[in-house]
Design a protein around this ligand. Structure first.
Ligand SMILES: [Zn+2]
Length: 233
């Protein structure tokens, strides 16, 4: 195949490889991004901890209420069982029982208020767990989808790379060196297709004399403006 056509094909394969490489990098970056899942895990963990703390506090209050109940029963036993004889002692016991009952009543109020808090925290925990489940499912779906896409891209790249090597092997060494040098200096584009009378890369009109030189299939003409190699349409 003529050298200019091979150079143009080589350019197409280098463009394709660059595009596939970007798509693959993008798929891999998306695969690595688990920020939403980690945030959901943290939120669910915090909701669990909050529930556990409130439930512990509830059990502590219940324990206190039980202990006070036992003390009240004991003191009332002494009060009504004739354990205390003197009126002064009786009055003291009555005050003690009243004070214990008032304390128990306050703690019971605290316990009722705490129950509301627990219900709220449990509802928040359920919501956080549902969000976490959703994120886990989304992550599994994403891994399956992007994993397959990345494998397909790797296959495409391997094929494009094989083609690219085939073209490189056919192109004259000096031309290939010029091609590589131009690609380095010109943003990856060494060969520009003619678009009518203009250079497909820089869009500047190519004068007739240079246009005529593009008809030579073995030696590429250069764009007088951007100096890239020109290939026919
Ligand atoms: Zn140009």
């Amino acid at each position: 195949m003529p050298q200019v056509a091979d150079l143009a094909s080589l350019q197409e394969h280098d463009d394709l490889l660059a595009r596939l490489g970007e798509e693959l990098a993008d798929a891999r970056a998306q695969l690595a991004d688990d920020a939403a899942l980690r945030a959901a895990e943290e939120a669910a963990g915090a909701a669990d901890e909050r529930c556990a703390a409130l439930e512990r506090e509830q059990r502590r209050l219940e324990g206190e209420i039980d202990a006070l109940g036992e003390r009240i029963a004991r003191e009332e036993g002494r009060l009504y069982g004739g354990g205390a004889g003197l009126p002064k002692e009786l009055a003291g016991l009555q005050r003690e029982v009243a004070s214990l009952k008032a304390r128990r009543s306050r703690i019971e109020d605290d316990g009722i208020a705490a129950l509301d808090g627990i219900e709220e925290a449990q509802a928040a925990r359920e919501r956080a767990r549902a969000v976490l489940e959703g994120e886990r499912a989304a992550m599994a779906e994403k891994r399956a989808r992007l994993g397959a896409a990345a494998s397909a891209l790797e296959g495409d790249m391997a094929r494009a790379n094989g083609e690219r090597e085939r073209y490189r092997a056919r192109i004259d060494g000096a031309l290939l060196a010029r091609y590589d040098d131009l690609r380095r200096r010109k943003g990856g584009v060494a060969v520009a297709r003619m678009r009518g009378d203009v250079c497909g890369a820089c869009r500047v009109n190519v004068p007739p004399a240079a246009r005529k030189r593009t008809l030579d299939p073995e030696s590429p003409a250069l764009c007088p403006n951007c100096e890239r190699m020109l290939a026919g349409v």
